[in-house]
Design a protein around this ligand. Structure first.
Ligand SMILES: NC(=O)c1ccc[n+]([C@@H]2O[C@H](COP(=O)([O-])OP(=O)(O)OC[C@H]3O[C@@H](n4cnc5c(N)ncnc54)[C@H](OP(=O)(O)O)[C@@H]3O)[C@@H](O)[C@H]2O)c1
Length: 280
């Protein structure tokens, strides 16, 4: 699909590397189709050595010849990067952003270019096990939608949704999700240590319990409600019933729900434009 095409990564960090490695590994694009631009020579040399892609320190030069420009800088660097790229992107080029909280309208306005895809990946993308929710501006062609899909597939699963509002929801649920999972796991490990397990063993027990539970959930061919699986391990008067009683009493479910809603509101707030409007 990317033969004779050029994908330029502006911001050659962890996520850009995950995409580059994933696409090469999946045979979606050759190293000769990719280039990366960023400020640090050492980092660029590393990517050039490891993947054989072209690299450079000038964002505008990289973007000028590209069919796809991937914006993979940190959110706080975005304004400056957009200003530097304004006027350098060819009229038919697809801009694919993975920058958290950056709305389609912010990117379009910043670049004066309206062929834009906005996506929200998550951390497991770094091992090709992420999940990305993404959306596209109206002017993105169906061929470009497919190109975006192939690039995002390098990070794991992807879900295209037409309404941009879902991106803020995805930020709160799957984008921020690994943080909730790690906190939950950390609390379990600490409880194991409290009871007397060596930390290493507690970590192994918790990691495999989480992984095994997810795999078990996924082996069910037909959709199964999570409450049914929970009930299966809850015998009357048993240990799970006792533990679940305490979790409910402590407001576990409400805490999770409120936390995710707070992250959703924060994501909407961060996406406000300079005048304080939430993007439509
Ligand atoms: N990490 C995740 O799991 C994750 C999940 C969802 C979304 N995202 C989004 O993905 C984006 C990238 O995240 P990341 O984790 O890959 O960050 P990262 O590793 O810090 O990568 C950012 C890269 O941008 C470079 N950079 C800084 N200023 C630049 C400039 N003016 N022009 C071009 N490049 C510049 C940095 O170079 P130096 O380091 O040399 O300054 C670095 O290589 C962020 O917007 C984040 O919101 C990340």
């Amino acid at each position: 699909m990317f033969e004779n095409k050029c994908i330029a990564f502006i911001g050659p960090g962890m996520m850009a590397e995950a995409m580059i490695a994933g696409m090469i590994h999946q045979g979606v694009a050759q190293p000769s189709s990719m280039m990366a631009a960023g400020p640090t020579l050492e980092r660029l040399e590393y990517l050039n050595d490891k993947y054989g892609i072209e690299v450079g320190t000038d964002n505008a030069t990289a973007a000028r010849t590209a069919d796809v420009v991937v914006l993979s800088v940190k959110p706080q660097r975005l304004d400056r990067v957009l200003a530097g790229l304004k006027g350098c992107i060819q009229p038919g080029t697809l801009v694919l952003s993975i920058v958290a909280g950056a709305s389609l309208s912010k990117i379009s306005r910043g670049l004066e270019h309206d062929i834009v895809v906005r996506s929200m990946p998550n951390t497991p993308a770094q091992i090709g096990e992420g999940i990305t929710v993404w959306t596209a501006a109206e002017s993105v062609t169906s061929e470009q939608i497919e190109m975006a899909r192939q690039i995002l597939k390098a990070l794991g699963q992807e879900i295209f949704l037409e309404e941009e509002n879902y991106l803020d929801m995805a930020t709160a649920l799957s984008g921020t999700g690994p943080a909730y999972v790690f906190l939950f796991m950390e609390a379990m490990v600490d409880a194991g240590v409290h009871m007397g397990f060596p930390r290493r063993i507690a970590e192994q027990l918790v990691a495999q319990t989480v992984r095994g539970s997810v795999d078990f959930y996924r082996t069910h061919e037909e959709h199964v409600h999570l409450a049914r699986l929970r009930n299966q391990v809850t015998s009357p008067g048993g240990t799970s019933a006792e533990a679940l009683y305490y979790l409910e009493k402590a407001g576990f479910r409400t805490a999770i729900s409120r936390a995710i809603w707070a992250a959703y509101e924060r994501s909407r707030e961060l996406g406000k434009d300079a005048k304080g409007h939430i993007p439509e």
